[in-house]
Design a protein around this ligand. Structure first.
Ligand SMILES: Cc1ncc(COP(=O)(O)O)c(C=O)c1O
Length: 313
């Protein structure tokens, strides 16, 4: 939800594109199909800390002259083809909310190396003005106070010094889990491009329903019994399936852009087959930087035991 709130508040219309089955990241082919003359930007979430296909998305954005925004909230320290995450697009957003790789309790960072956006982002942190004097005290844009406090920023700066250790440890842990689970029937593993670094905010497994004698809930219960921090599913429904989208009730139960005829979007008619299949079949395993190699080996052994126990045939 955090990815699209800002879009809706700016009176933009989020158009959802489908996802790749083994990463949960945007499928550039489906994004291409959804682009219209009204499209302004593409937003790619690096789900679970796994870099989306930025080369393909950047090519699409350039071809259609669109702004490419990276939602790096779950991807602190990830590397996209060897480069720091957030540098392939025009704008990158990072969350410092308490559950993320590094945190300031709450808050976040928006970054851009594009001179068109950098100063503008700064003004959006201060009601549309620039205390450095660049706007002469005038307000050219209507903006709010989207800013983090100085005190939190000081914490954030200190946290950054820990980031590489956290990111590399998580990357190692997730990759080790993949190497140990490879070949286990019935499971689709968290697919990472070998030239990227995924920082596993979580590890995304998918169950092939026909391969197991049990439902996902029972499978996850058995994982828990093995001491594995796993959860069945992710968000309960795709964003467009939420009541607020189904009712188009964004502003006091109304949606001005629709009432004014500026969009024909009807979220009750949106379906994304792969996204829905991912949500039905995924299992998330929590990884973190405190987990030792032995711990991850034990996780892998536990998953293997449960998967073998419930395997059909
Ligand atoms: C992918 C993604 N985007 C956006 C957000 C929103 O971040 P914040 O809570 O800092 O606004 C989150 C945080 O939960 C997230 O995981």
């Amino acid at each position: 939800m955090g990815t699209v709130i800002g879009v809706i508040f700016q009176q933009g219309v989020p158009v959802f594109a489908d996802l790749k089955p083994a990463t949960g990241n945007l499928d550039p082919d489906d994004v291409a199909k959804k682009i219209t003359p009204k499209t302004k930007a593409i937003i790619a979430v690096h789900l679970g800390g796994n870099p989306a296909d930025m080369a393909a998305l950047r090519a699409l954005a350039d071809k259609h002259k669109l702004v490419l925004i990276e939602d790096c909230c779950q991807a602190w320290g990830a590397l996209d083809r060897g480069k720091p995450i957030g540098t392939a697009g025009h704008i990158a957003c990072f969350s410092l909310q308490q559950s993320k790789h590094i945190t300031t309790g709450d808050g976040g960072v928006v970054a851009s190396s594009d001179p068109k956006f950098g100063p503008l982002l700064q003004r959006f942190g201060d009601k549309g003005t620039d205390r450095g004097g660049a706007t002469g005290g005038l307000f050219h844009e209507f903006a709010t106070n989207y800013r983090i406090s100085e005190l939190q920023s000081a914490f954030g700066a200190a946290q950054l010094t820990r980031l590489e250790k956290i990111a590399s440890h998580r990357a190692k842990a997730g990759n080790l889990l993949t190497s140990r689970l490879t070949g286990l029937p019935g499971l689709t593993l968290h697919e990472v491009n070998s030239i990227d670094r995924c920082v596993y905010w979580f590890y995304l497994l998918r169950m092939k329903p026909e391969a197991f004698r049990c439902e996902r809930a029972e499978f996850v219960k058995a994982l828990a019994a093995e001491g594995i921090p796993a959860a069945a599913g992710y968000i309960p429904v795709p964003l467009y399936g939420n009541p607020v989208f189904q009712k188009h009730a964004f502003f006091a139960d109304r949606w001005p852009v629709k009432e004014l005829g500026l969009t024909e979007m009807d979220y009750t008619k949106v379906t994304l087959p792969e996204t829905e299949a991912i949500l039905r079949t995924c299992v998330r395993i929590q990884l973190n930087e405190a987990m030792t190699e032995e711990y991850v080996e034990a996780l892998a052994a536990g998953v293997t035991k449960v998967a073998r126990h419930y395997a059909v045939g």
